[in-house]
Design a protein around this ligand. Structure first.
Ligand SMILES: O=C(CO)[C@H](O)[C@H](O)COP(=O)(O)O
Length: 236
């Protein structure tokens, strides 16, 4: 079921980019049964990023196979406005556009996403600064989730860029109730860094899919979230 606003305890949104596309629905359903909270769907247009990944017909099939799962769609596209209706028709739950894309009017884009029944998120690349325009949009309650990329968008399997953490930390300090996602190189071994900085939605692709012990990794990730949350609550 599509959840309402998240609590501060972190959730896991596995990135389907790392799944086996020949058995996408099976991999997606399996990772949900292991305890994933959302599914992260990477849409690329070959312009904003030098790659092409999952498209609307595939999302539509996925939605048919998993009618109740929250599909967190990361839109790595140059012209986000053009793709709002296609994503809504395919069954996306959240439309996360890149701040660096070609956008004339951020508020109009967000209104269009919300009018189409989806949540609206903003993503930034690892070295993009969070400026006043972004702050204003968050203060006006126009951002349902903020995504801080921890790899350059376009490809799975890259290394986590820790340089993105200070801006995430500052965002968390300034907005205690904002949902903040991290995406790129996030694994069981390094996820504590992002949670401690303030992330509460963890995307992990190659850290989960294709791993022989995905069940155990998922258990450890959940236990790791509980540990960090408990120690943060103790120290606050
Ligand atoms: O947005 C992405 C790439 O642009 C992917 O979601 C991301 O890279 C996840 O994969 P991994 O955990 O393997 O890094």
């Amino acid at each position: 079921m599509i959840s309402s606003k998240l609590a501060r305890r972190a959730i896991i949104s596995p990135s389907l980019l790392a799944s086996d596309f020949a058995k996408l629905a099976e991999d997606a359903s399996n990772i949900i049964s292991l305890g994933a909270d959302w599914l992260h769907v990477d849409v690329m247009d070959g312009h904003f990023v030098p790659n092409i990944a999952i498209g609307f017909p595939i999302i539509k099939s996925l939605r048919k196979a998993l009618p109740d799962v929250f599909l967190d769609c990361h839109m790595m596209v140059q012209d986000p406005e053009k793709w709002v209706e296609p994503l809504k028709e395919a069954g996306g739950s959240m439309f996360v556009f890149h701040y660096e894309a070609d956008i004339e009017d951020y508020e109009a884009l967000i209104a269009k996403i919300r009018d189409n029944g989806m949540r609206a998120g903003i993503a930034v690349k690892p070295y993009t600064e969070i400026d006043e325009t972004i702050y204003d949009l968050i203060k006006k309650d126009l951002v349902d989730m903020f995504l801080v990329m921890t790899v350059e968008p376009g490809f799975g399997g890259q290394s986590f860029i820790e340089d993105a953490m200070p801006k995430l930390k500052k965002l968390r300090e300034d907005f205690p109730h904002l949902d903040i996602q991290v995406d790129g190189g996030v694994k069981r071994s390094n996820m504590d860094i992002s949670i401690k900085a303030g992330a509460n939605v963890l995307v992990s692709g190659t850290g989960l899919f294709g791993q022989d012990d995905a069940e155990q990794i998922m258990k450890e990730m959940k236990a790791g979230i509980d540990e960090v949350t408990a120690s943060e609550e103790e120290s606050s």
